[in-house]
Design a protein around this ligand. Structure first.
Ligand code: SDX
Length: 430
């Protein structure tokens, strides 16, 4: 007989089964709690609440472990390509040679967006935030392929939808950048890798030759892999929430992009760089920045630090640090913001406030400096996060649909508003 939790309420004792995961994580199943006791649980920010079982990603926040379908991200970042990692997350295993050949072909054949959509890029203000453009166009993609709205039941259509989204998100990102600087779009090319195609679409132009730096291509591949999934984070839970109403994949991904945009989540990478630039330009000292971050009356948070799950160093930040040092040495590249970031980390990791609260650098702390070294503008950093995270969003959306009993997500609440009251005609009412 499995483990149980006993709950005593109003002199009655109730028992709830304990669920144990493959990494020995434990939860007690409260599915019958309200029916049996009339109680619901209350857990602001879902800090102690599991929303689902999942076999996609394992995170151990205390030990700084992150694995996709059992593979440590350190190994995937070193040895895999981003398309292979996307396939692993979505379909559960690394692709065979024939599956990879098929996926590569589908990525190539589905890398363009409908030409009618180009007007959208051109009509947007140049200052439009690329996350607003990305979320809008991803939702619009479905309008050009209405047959996909109910395709999730047909495997080959789903595979086509997946390849189209994973491929087009790159094109949309690059086109939004070109439109913002008033340059003509550079189209994807069939004989380029996933990452080489993106860098070429971003930085090639009709007037100046651009050769993709293999080191930057490798760095981009690793960056996208470490961002590819992170279990039930805010944006992935949003994709699941929207998908649970049986909304189509495009609408669900669009919602995930919007959730990622927030500075407490994926928007933090842009906020980190803006903080580093502000320190560099304003002459603000690191000490002043840390004091502001610790001041409860000041809404300023030290972006790139802290995490709901990691109470030790985010393993992704470690991978990115190692990658950065290797590339900057080999390229003899130097960025004064890196010195500021390193000093900020050095002082924060010796500050009682940060250590007491186990606030360590997270994935967003160094990623912006690496993307900046590739020439990617600050306002595109969260778009880069979205490109990486897309396979994870799709994997969770698929897992939720595949598990056989898709239930709409609908949390309960405790009402604290006025008790019943009745309409009173007011004489002064016009
Ligand atoms: C991502 O969930 C995921 O998996 C997300 C992600 C993914 O891959 O999907 O890993 C990606 O979103 C990484 C996080 C990026 N966000 C930031 O870097 C923004 C800065 N960080 C914080 O806002 C915060 O740490 C969060 C949002 C990341 C986590 O917030 P929690 O878990 O709700 O923790 P909390 O706000 O309750 O903080 C606990 C304490 C508080 O102080 P006390 O009330 O105990 O005195 O720590 C303090 C907070 O004020 N604190 C910070 C801080 N982060 C937490 N104080 C200053 N600077 C910070 N960055």
């Amino acid at each position: 007989m499995g483990e149980k939790v006993s709950l005593t309420y109003k002199d009655k004792t109730y028992e709830y089964p304990v669920i144990t995961g493959t990494e020995n994580e434990k939860a007690f199943d409260t599915s019958n709690l309200r029916k049996e006791t009339g109680l619901i649980t209350m857990d602001y920010g879902y800090q102690n609440t599991g929303s689902t079982k999942s076999s996609i990603t394992f995170v151990n926040g205390e030990e700084g472990i992150l694995r996709y379908r059992g593979y440590p991200i350190e190994e995937l970042a070193e040895k895999a390509t981003f398309p292979e990692t996307a396939w692993l997350l979505i379909y559960g295993e690394l692709p065979t040679e024939s599956q990879l050949t098929l996926f590569r072909r589908l990525l190539t054949e589905n890398s363009l967006v409908h030409e009618n959509l180009l007007h959208f890029f051109r009509e947007m203000p140049p200052s439009a935030h690329p996350m607003g453009i990305l979320s809008s166009i991803v939702n619009a993609l479905g309008l050009f392929t209405p047959r996909f709205y109910d395709a999730e039941s047909k495997a080959d259509e789903f595979d086509l939808m997946v390849a189209g989204l994973v491929s087009k998100i790159r094109t949309i990102a690059a086109f939004s950048y070109k439109a913002s600087i008033g340059e003509p779009f550079v189209y994807p090319e069939a004989d380029r890798s996933y990452c080489s195609n993106f860098l070429n679409m971003m930085f090639s132009s009709h007037t100046k030759p651009y050769v993709v730096n293999p080191l930057m291509e490798k760095a981009l591949n690793a960056l996208l892999i470490v961002h590819a999934d992170h279990e039930q984070n805010c944006s992935t839970s949003t994709v699941r929430m929207v998908g649970s109403s049986q909304a189509n994949l495009y609408a669900s991904i669009c919602a995930g992009i919007c959730a990622l945009w927030g500075p407490l989540h994926g928007g933090a990478n842009q906020a980190v760089l803006e903080t580093l630039i502000r320190i560099q330009k304003s002459g603000m000292t690191i000490k002043e920045v840390l004091e502001r971050a610790k001041d409860k009356k000041d809404p300023f948070k030290l972006s790139g630090f802290g995490h709901r799950v990691y109470k030790s160093y985010d393993p992704r930040a470690k991978v990115l640090q190692g990658l950065m040092e290797k590339i900057f040495d080999q390229e003899d590249y130097h960025d004064p913001l890196l010195d500021i970031a390193r000093e900020l980390e050095h002082q924060a990791l010796r500050d009682e406030y940060f250590m007491e609260r186990k606030l360590y650098p997270n994935v967003d702390f160094y990623s912006g400096i690496l993307y900046r070294a590739m020439g990617i503008p600050t306002n595109m950093l969260t778009v880069m996060f979205a490109i990486g995270r897309l396979p994870g969003w799709i994997a969770h959306w698929k897992e939720m649909h595949d598990d056989g009993h898709l239930k709409i997500n609908r949390p309960r609440q405790i009402y604290t508003g006025p008790n019943e009251r009745h309409w009173v005609e007011r004489k002064d009412r016009t």
